[in-house]
Write a protein that binds this ligand. Structure first.
Ligand SMILES: *Cc1c(COP(=O)(O)O)cnc(C)c1O
Length: 493
């Protein structure tokens, strides 16, 4: 059955998946959403015997209906290959009464690789299908992990260029080093003096600038986005929830049809939205537990029905979640508003005007499957230490936020449903914060000494992504003000 995409903000002619991937964002500023959520057409039993790649095909074919079987299988094969350091792609690890779904085995050791290793292939295929002649220029704002994963995915891909903006003082030292050492003549990395929201707003402004788009088109360029607003990012993320469930079933950890809960450390709301879509496809998921750090705008939203970004932006040890405008929440808003684009547009206008909006009671009723909580810096560090001390397993700061929020959920609800925690980054990406949480004596060691010490205490080999940057030269040192971002793009092209 054909599936088309609508904008969350106006009723226009729906477009194909490949066009939605190419465009990234709708012209009216809305996000593309599927016109219906397809149902899984393979049984859980059948899925439980499949590899990651096979599962990916079964899920993605339902959303990308204008891709041929051959095209989609080709994209999947190119994405989920030996770039991942395990054939399972996304292994489950049992620790502390929960299953950690390790989504960080790709080339940049964060969960962004799950989608960004396939997005370039989906994009190139989409361009070919729609006879696009221009070079595609990917513009991306990153809170740390998207940037490197997108750079790795697009570096030296013919017919593409990529520009990444990151908050100059808002990412971890290892995240920054990973980005500024990126090779590839088609790559450009720029630090922005501001926070992630400034960078993201700047990128959105460039996308909305019709004059600039015209100028670039004359030079043979067209913009697209690798941010999590692109449905080419969202769809591949649904896969691992289906895969995790199927693996639990295959391993006899759950009964066929038994509900599981899912906990997701959340920033831009893309990952947890993928879990919500998986649930709506018929995957037996109970609660969707949304975990925030001190930037707890989502916790307050689930608590009160008011989304209010007017507050102090806090820099935390889980920087990829330091976000006050969770872009993908708009897709949930659209759905709980009964797919009402007018209502969604009204709320989003309030968000960009007054910085806040309030949902209706009827919408509020539709949020029953969600539960929000948050973890302070102290609770996050405490959770890393607690899990390490009890079983020797080392988790990163983002995953620790999720584990701590989950602990609060269980204490409040007494719900003992089997639970999967999305483990979104390798502890090696946030070595300093992780090691300080385990023992204050590590505070004086330098970054790479800490890396070796982490390997020693966890028994996990240092990933390639870290080995590579030990000695790599800095290739990008550009910094610009948030008002100069378009100019930076112009200079690079
Ligand atoms: C991006 C990221 C998140 C947040 O994911 P969203 O999809 O933006 O909610 C959490 N943890 C890590 C490590 C990330 O890189």
């Amino acid at each position: 059955m054909e599936l088309l995409y609508n904008s969350t903000r106006s009723k226009k002619q729906p477009i194909t998946a490949s066009m939605a991937i190419l465009q990234g964002l709708s012209e009216d500023g809305g996000l593309f959403v599927p016109d219906h959520i397809p149902q899984l057409d393979k049984s859980l039993e059948e899925l439980s015997g499949m590899t990651y790649q096979e599962t990916a095909y079964e899920v993605m074919k339902l959303f990308l209906t204008d891709f041929t079987e051959e095209e989609l299988k080709d994209c999947i094969a190119k994405a989920y290959d030996s770039k991942f350091d395990t054939r399972e792609i996304a292994p489950l690890v049992y620790a502390q009464n929960t299953y950690f779904l390790e989504l960080f085995h790709g080339s940049t050791i964060a969960f962004k690789d799950m989608a960004l290793s396939i997005l370039p292939h989906l994009l190139i295929t989409s361009a070919r299908k729609n006879k696009v002649k221009n070079d595609i220029v990917i513009l991306t704002a990153t809170s740390g992990d998207t940037g490197k994963a997108a750079l790795a995915g697009f570096a030296d891909v013919d017919g593409t260029k990529i520009v990444v903006f990151y908050p100059k003082n808002g990412v971890s030292p290892i995240q920054e080093k990973q980005m500024v050492t990126q090779k590839g003549a088609n790559t450009c990395v720029v630090g922005v003096t501001g926070n992630f929201d400034d960078a993201q707003t700047g990128v959105k402004r460039i996308f909305g600038d019709k004059e600039f788009a015209k100028e670039m088109a004359e030079k043979g360029y067209q913009f697209s986005s690798a941010n999590s607003i692109n449905i080419g990012r969202l769809v591949p993320q649904i896969v691992y929830y289906v895969y995790a469930y199927a693996k639990l079933l295959a391993n006899g950890e759950i009964q066929n049809g038994e509900k599981i809960n899912v906990v997701v450390p959340t920033g831009n709301f893309g990952n947890i939205l993928a879990a919500y879509y998986a649930k709506n496809m018929g995957l037996p998921i109970g609660k969707l537990i949304c975990a925030s750090n001190d930037n707890k705008v989502l916790y307050d939203f689930f608590q009160t029905g008011v989304y209010d970004k007017n507050r102090q932006f806090v820099l935390t040890s889980s920087p990829s979640m330091d976000i006050l405008i969770s872009s993908n929440l708009e897709r949930l808003i659209y759905r709980i508003a009964g797919e009402n684009a007018e209502k969604t547009a009204e709320l989003m206008a309030a968000l960009s005007g007054e910085g806040k909006y309030e949902i209706t009671d009827a919408m509020w009723q539709e949020l029953k499957d969600f539960y929000g909580n948050y973890a302070s810096e102290e609770e996050t560090a405490g959770m890393i230490k607690k899990i390490y001390d009890s079983c020797g397993y080392v988790i990163d700061t983002h995953t620790a936020v999720a584990a701590a929020a989950y602990e609060k959920y269980v204490a409040e609800s007494g719900d003992n449903t089997k639970t999967v925690v999305a483990s979104t980054a390798s502890p090696y990406k946030f070595t300093r914060s992780v090691m300080s949480a385990i023992d204050a004596k590590y505070d004086t060691m330098d970054d790479f000494a800490l890396v070796d010490e982490l390997s020693r205490i966890s028994g996990v080999t240092v990933p390639n992504a870290i080995e590579e940057i030990r000695t790599a030269p800095v290739l990008h040192d550009r910094v610009c003000d948030k008002t100069e971002m378009a100019e930076a793009v112009r200079k690079f092209l």
